[in-house]
Design a protein around this ligand. Structure first.
Ligand SMILES: [Zn+2]
Length: 201
């Protein structure tokens, strides 16, 4: 079993101050979170740089991805090493994820940039049921949505500053391998423990 922060931003997002090196150092030093998905806004550019830095440490894993802005709300695509063709709509991004063996996640559905109940109309692979930057009420609604849609729930810090990294995490029944992690999420082999300080759950 591995523990992963499945939503965070690096300096490849214009609104984040987390240097790639800082992310790698955080995972190396962390007692039990050894996996992170890099989900910058509308770009996958950070992944190669971060993967190279991480390659020196066999006990950590970086998962490629992006948080894609659509007119109806944000979608995280886990596993993406390239961006989907534009224009980005909910349907086109979900289709892209399915066709490229990636994982589509409805993120923070009940706060700003979230798509709310509209998510029910699309074949997502998972719902972000715990977002480190969302209030408890929004995370509760996201958990209800996952239940309603019969989808696995995942957690991500949505960190934009170093101190926000790894505040929440997803437990995944997989080893340190990107494909295994993606397949496990799709199969629902995931658990989201409440955060230690239950401020966001
Ligand atoms: Zn985000």
């Amino acid at each position: 079993m591995i523990r992963a922060d499945l939503h965070l931003h690096t300096t490849y997002s214009s609104d984040s101050s987390i240097q790639p090196k800082t992310l790698v150092e955080k995972l190396v030093a962390h007692d039990f979170i050894k996996v992170a998905a890099v989900t910058d806004h509308d770009t996958v550019s950070g992944y190669n740089a971060i993967r190279q830095l991480a390659a020196a440490y066999p006990d950590i894993l970086i998962i490629p991805g992006a948080e894609i802005s659509t007119p109806n709300g944000d979608i995280v695509v886990l596993g993406a090493e390239e961006m989907p063709p534009q224009p980005w709509t909910v349907a086109s991004v979900v289709d892209f994820a399915r066709d490229t063996d990636c994982v589509s996640v409805v993120v923070h559905p009940y706060r700003e940039w979230g798509m709310g109940d509209l998510a029910r109309n699309y074949k997502f692979d998972a719902v972000e049921v715990l977002n480190g930057a969302s209030p408890p009420s929004a995370n509760k609604l996201a958990r209800d949505l996952a239940k309603l849609m019969g989808l696995p729930g995942v957690a991500g810090s949505d960190a934009h500053q170093p101190a926000e990294l790894c505040t929440v995490y997803t437990e995944i029944q997989a080893s340190l391998d990107v494909d295994e992690v993606l397949k496990a999420v799709k199969k629902g082999l995931v658990t989201v423990p409440p955060p230690r300080k239950s401020i966001h759950f």
